[in-house]
Design a protein around this ligand. Structure first.
Ligand code: PSU
Ligand code: MN
Length: 330
């Protein structure tokens, strides 16, 4: 089998990627937020709303998941619904891929694995809520550093998110990204957002004025053939933002419970998210849903601006040259 034999790309997405006029950019979406990030039924409505927002801007959404051991790029509405109902779907990051494929399982893909899959399909843009990061630890360092960060260091995909939740150690997360050479941009802000809150009170490297400046910097990065990803942090819309103090309180509580119950590894992020939802009596959920939709819109706008700026041949040149390490893909 060749690498791409493990993929099933929808016709619409394949057609958009192959277009000579470069008019239909594709925006990838992760599915771990459907299986493990949001409760039912909000996971369905949010996934569908994100797709709709991308279409409304004139781009094509590509929700990525693993279904019966196939890497599906572009899910139908009923596939999204089935995944949202599924009790057996697991959380899949890069290291889970081969086992899940071999065992023909269903899985929601994390930021790391979605980036990997998107890049293999020559998709450059990806919208999500929050990235994983360095987890907090009360006593000794746990070495729990999300594979999302290392993927950003080695896969050239532009990730549009609302920063990272303060369930994480945000200063250490930013330090780690710096070490790994990942540029972190604030979209019309100088501060790195903290997911439910507009700011973590930590500065970003650069603030992007608008979609045009974002597209130009992305273009420069690709022309340089840098192989890492870019992170664009777009704060939750003001009207849905929650106060940082209140959030920090709920987050510390959730972390305490996790420590007490000895929750570790890949269970930790979903566990904390669920605890926070309960502690905040669902108030965090609205902010979560709204920032996801907004990120989808901004990602589509940046993608369209970028695609207008460069020809399809140029785009292929950049992406294919990075993919040259995998001759089977070309
Ligand atoms: N952060 C959130 N919500 C999420 C996640 C992270 O605010 O749903 C999910 C994403 O799919 C991310 C994953 O890629 O958790 C990171 O998990 P881990 O920390 O186990 O790498
Ligand atoms: Mn982890």
């Amino acid at each position: 089998m060749k690498p791409m034999d493990y993929f099933e790309i929808s016709e619409e997405i394949q057609e958009a990627i192959n277009r000579k006029d470069n008019k239909k950019p594709v925006v990838a979406l992760e599915s771990n937020l459907i299986t493990h990030g949001l409760p039912f039924p909000e996971n369905i409505t949010t996934a569908l709303n994100m797709e709709k927002n991308i279409r409304d801007e004139g781009a094509i959404p590509a929700t990525i998941a693993i279904l019966k051991g196939k890497i599906k790029v572009g899910l139908s509405n009923s596939e999204i619904e089935n995944l949202a109902h599924s009790k057996s779907a697991v959380k899949a990051s890069r290291r889970d891929l081969s086992a899940i494929i071999f065992r023909e399982m269903d899985a929601g893909t994390t930021v790391a694995l979605t980036m990997w899959a998107a890049h293999r399909c020559k998709i450059l843009f990806f919208a999500t809520g929050g990235i994983g990061g360095v987890h907090r630890s009360i006593e000794h360092p746990t070495m729990d550093i999300s594979a999302d960060l290392t993927e950003l260091a080695r896969t050239p995909v532009v990730v549009i998110c609302s920063g990272a939740k303060s369930i994480l150690d945000i200063p250490s997360t930013l330090e780690y990204l710096e070490t790994m050479g990942v540029p972190v941009f604030g979209y019309q802000t100088n501060e790195f957002p903290a997911f439910y809150s507009q700011s973590s009170h930590l500065k970003v490297d650069y603030s992007l004025r608008d979609v045009l400046e974002a597209a130009q910097i992305i273009n420069t990065q690709l022309q340089l053939k840098l192989e890492n990803g870019l992170l664009i942090a777009n704060p939750v819309p003001t009207e849905f933002a929650l106060g940082k103090k209140k959030m920090d309180h709920w987050i510390s509580k959730a972390q305490e419970i996790a420590d007490k119950e000895n929750i570790k590894g890949k269970q930790l992020t979903p566990f904390l998210l669920n605890q926070i939802k309960e502690l905040s009596e669902g108030r965090s959920l609205k902010a979560n849903m709204e920032l996801l939709k907004h990120n989808a819109t901004i990602a589509a706008r940046i993608a369209l601006t970028y695609h207008k700026m460069i020809s399809s041949r140029q785009l292929k040149d950049y992406l294919y040259s990075i993919l040259n390490q995998y001759p089977d893909l070309n």
